[in-house]
Design a protein. Structure first.
Length: 437
């Protein structure tokens, strides 16, 4: 009996720890938003913001009256308050609930009340976050997902994004749609665009990460603002499955992250790029990795947004300099814009990266770059190296043989000519291996 009682106390303590952690997570997100609205912008003066302030004040008073205090403690005359006063009221309520969690009170009642307040914070934070996104360029860090669920409840934005994507795709060739791969092939998902007049200064672009370019890009990304919600059953289920320690939350995040990446790949296979972007963006909220940043850039490239695709590649490199795919992908985007010399620099860095499963890709793409400038000997050298890394790549074998013949038959001519498209042949090849695991 003593052992069972001790186990029960331990389980209750774990639930208290989890609940306190989620309470602080919700409050921190709300506090960041209110600081931006009150101190960094004039959003608090908007009629929509003032209405949200009074509504939230009323809902907090109602929650305290129904779940915490008797009516004798509640002032029936709920006066209008400022957003700053509301912030202090939310902070006081957070502190109150934290102390209630630590007291020997009715556990079910305390759990219900705290979960209701957490969801109240998220509900209004969601509304204010949209106002901030609509009227300013301020970027707010989203809460870290532990037991809460992140649901995108902005169908209008997703519809607008899909319409814009469709308009872009209409301007692209049919080849872009027909050759969309099922999985990110980190080099085969290339948009064949024409050369552009203005040249990209990659050194300047990289230096701007975290400053103006980063800020602008995140402003676009933040338009996808999830509504966060904590389900009481998630806490109970988490505890019941024997996962009561806070350390095991990392395991749950990894699991959800992997699931969203899989769903994102499936969405790309269905050519639903808007859904794929939403899945990868949600995965980014669970874990900010070079992997998912590269995937977000990839989806933007499929949507024809090469500037955003390149920015996310640079973010991925900044996150993990040893991860190879973003170097290679950045090179392919530059190559598709006709910037051959710049693309080769990034392919070289991709070759030297430590963490790269499909190491043949930068060699293949470097070969494509040399084909673009009719340097067939260098192209053959790159393709041959790729073949040593992928000896069972049938299309690559055929490409090397045809290139050898082209060089041999053209050896006495001043200018090499080929009558086949190496980029199309390699790009349309398929492999069962995903470079991102």
């Amino acid at each position: 009996m003593k052992e069972n009682k001790g186990t029960l106390i331990l389980m209750e303590e774990n639930i208290r720890n989890l609940l306190t952690s989620e309470l602080h997570c919700a409050w921190s997100y709300y506090e960041r938003l209110i600081h931006a609205i009150s101190d960094l912008s004039k959003i608090a003066q908007l009629p929509e913001s003032k209405e949200l302030t009074q509504k939230m004040n009323f809902d907090i008073v109602e929650l305290l009256e129904v779940h915490v205090f008797s009516k004798d403690f509640i002032n029936e005359n709920v006066r209008n308050i400022t957003l700053r006063e509301l912030k202090y009221k939310c902070k006081d309520t957070t502190d109150l609930l934290e102390r209630m969690i630590r007291l020997e009170l009715n556990s079910d009642k305390t759990l219900d009340t705290t979960v209701n307040f957490i969801n109240l914070l998220y509900e209004y934070a969601h509304e204010w976050h949209h106002l901030l996104s609509d009227f300013t360029d301020i970027s707010i860090q989203l809460p870290r997902v532990n037991l809460i669920e992140a649901v995108v409840t902005s169908p209008k934005y997703l519809m607008d994004m899909e319409d814009e994507m469709n308009n872009t795709l209409k301007e692209e060739s049919e080849e872009l749609v027909d050759s969309t791969p099922r999985l990110h092939q980190s080099g085969f998902s290339i948009i064949d665009g024409g050369a552009q007049d203005d040249e990209l200064s990659l050194e300047d672009d990289y230096d701007d990460i975290g400053e103006d370019s980063d800020h602008d890009d995140e402003g676009e990304e933040d338009k996808i603002i999830p509504l966060f919600k904590l389900d009481k059953e998630n806490i109970i289920r988490f505890q019941g499955a024997g996962l009561g320690s806070i350390g095991s939350l990392e395991w749950q995040r990894d699991k959800k992250y992997d699931k969203l990446l899989h769903e994102g790949h499936e969405a790309v296979f269905e050519k639903n790029f808007a859904e794929a972007l939403e899945k990868f963006t949600r995965a980014l909220n669970y874990k900010e990795t070079a992997e998912v940043l590269t995937l977000i850039g990839w989806v933007h490239s499929l949507d024809g947004r090469l500037d955003k695709a390149k920015t996310f590649c640079l973010k991925a490199i900044q996150t993990d300099a040893d991860y190879g795919p973003p170097y290679n992908d950045l090179g392919t985007y530059l190559l598709s814009e006709g910037q051959v010399e710049e693309s080769l620099k990034w392919f070289e860095m991709a070759k030297k990266s430590i963490n790269y499963q499909n190491r043949e890709y930068p060699y293949i793409n470097a070969g494509r770059a040399y084909m673009t400038v009719k340097n067939l000997p260098k192209a053959l050298e790159e393709f041959s190296k790729a073949l040593t890394l992928a000896p069972y790549h049938e299309e690559l074998h055929a490409t090397v043989e045809r290139l050898k013949k082209s060089i041999h038959t053209s050896s006495n001519k001043e200018e090499f000519k080929v009558n086949w498209d190496i980029s199309e042949e390699v790009e349309n090849s398929e492999t069962d291996d995903s470079p991102i695991n």
